[in-house]
Ligand binder design. Structure first.
Ligand code: FDA
Length: 379
């Protein structure tokens, strides 16, 4: 008999189990994978971008943008940094407030497992949860038998990267208990569109989708575009919508090109462009010809194409390549303070399973820690 069964040993589930255990609750953590924290292990190129110094509600997408405020305020990035420091895990800020382990993401998983072990959390892997029912208590059915508990926490994540064991299980259980699930879409995902054959070329851009704008790197791929700037706007993108990219965000390109036409009239336009962008991109964008032969209005037209490159992607690379799932268990049915389902006392939902999605850069783990912590305080 357990007080709490946490379903899913990812970032959110481990944090929740740890906190509930610290409060003296008898906690069982179940995961169908052969080990916990698999996404933590592969995150941040193996170094885990575990939080962001700038984590704030505006960096999260949700049908209710206010929902995340309470949890983020009660367990902040600084609280998580304190935990990391307590375990003497060395870290550094890479860029834009993004914090990474100096060593390995394995340290973060080991930290959470140590904390869980210290308070007697019973962690069982290779346990696939198949069903959750409620009478006076909850019954959690697994391929290793049934477990009973007063509280159940849905922490089985979203739909991204099915190859790594992602399932829609949390959404199914939510629906079973008559909680609404908002429409889900792949987010932080590469976009597909016809692009020049210059895969691997990267440059700093400003990418825009509607009112969202991000100043980061863009990467050309075989199938379209990726890189942080594109991943960020992908979370805001809906099929049919335009994306606008400024390929030269730091430059008054029109003045630059006209100045070069005066000072280097015999230079090839492509050579001049390669001064301000990767050579392979310059080759693919500019026609052949020397500067002296470019009419001012052609240079203006080229500038327009470079500063306001506008396109409609034909799709995304889908859940197979998406870092996160946009949408999920509707926050309307949950308490923002405890993550408990208002209509199903004892049932909680945390992490990526919920309709709260962060920007790229450690925000999604911070949501997992914050939502996991507040649920762990309440279960
Ligand atoms: P998560 O998916 O981590 O955990 C869910 C757990 O439930 C899994 O362990 C799964 O095995 C288990 N499960 C699923 N169905 C089950 C069932 N039926 N029965 C039992 N167990 C079940 N974010 C960030 O902030 N910084 C970063 O650096 C990165 N990097 C990154 C890289 C890549 C490649 C991806 C795919 C994602 C990231 N992310 C990220 C996003 C981040 O990984 C994600 O937001 C969190 O892992 C979400 O944590 P959860 O605990 O909610 O789900």
């Amino acid at each position: 008999m357990f007080d709490v069964v946490v379903l899913g040993g990812g970032a959110a589930g481990l944090m929740c189990a740890m906190r509930a255990g610290q409060r003296g609750r008898k906690v069982l953590l179940l995961d169908h994978a052969e080990k916990v924290g698999k996404k933590i292990l592969i995150s941040g190129g193996g170094r885990c971008n575990f939080t962001n110094l700038d984590a704030r509600p505006e960096a999260f997408l949700s049908a209710n943008p206010h929902f995340c405020k309470s949890a983020l305020a009660r367990y902040t990035q600084h609280d998580f940094i304190e935990l990391v420091n307590k375990h003497r895990i060395a870290w550094h800020e890479k860029t834009l407030g993004q914090l990474f382990c100096d060593g390995s993401a394995r340290q973060i998983v080991a930290m959470l497992l140590d904390e869980c072990a210290a308070v007697g959390v019973d962690v069982r892997v290779a346990h696939k949860v198949t069903r959750v029912e409620k009478s006076d208590r909850f019954t959690v059915a697994t391929d290793h038998g049934d477990f009973s508990a007063a509280s159940v926490v849905l922490a089985t994540g979203g739909l991204s990267i099915p190859k790594m064991g992602a399932t829609g299980f949390a959404h199914e259980v939510a629906r079973h208990f008559k909680l609404r699930v908002t429409e889900t879409r792949p987010a932080l995902v590469p976009l597909t569109l016809p692009v020049p054959e210059i895969s691997g070329v990267a440059l700093d851009v400003e990418a825009r989708c509607g009112r969202a704008r991000f100043r980061e790197a863009l990467l050309f791929t075989h199938r379209g575009l990726s890189g942080p700037a594109i991943l960020q706007v992908s979370s805001y993108w809906k099929p049919g919508q335009e994306i606008v990219v400024d390929l030269l965000p730091d430059l008054d390109a029109a003045s630059f090109l006209k100045e070069r036409k005066r000072t280097r009239p015999k230079a090839e336009l492509r050579t001049i462009l390669a001064e301000i962008m990767p050579q392979r991109l310059a080759q693919s964008l500019a026609p052949e010809g020397i500067m002296a032969n470019q009419r001012d209005r052609d240079l203006d037209a080229l500038t327009h194409r470079l500063k306001l490159w506008t396109f409609v992607p034909n799709g995304t690379e889908g859940y197979a390549k998406a870092e996160v799932t946009l949408g999920g268990i509707d926050t309307d049915g949950l308490s923002s303070k405890t993550m408990e389902a208002q209509k199903v006392p004892g049932l909680y939902a945390i992490g990526e399973a919920v309709d709260v999605t962060g920007w790229l850069g450690g925000y999604n783990f911070q949501w997992a820690w914050s939502s996991g912590w507040v649920a762990g305080e309440a279960v």
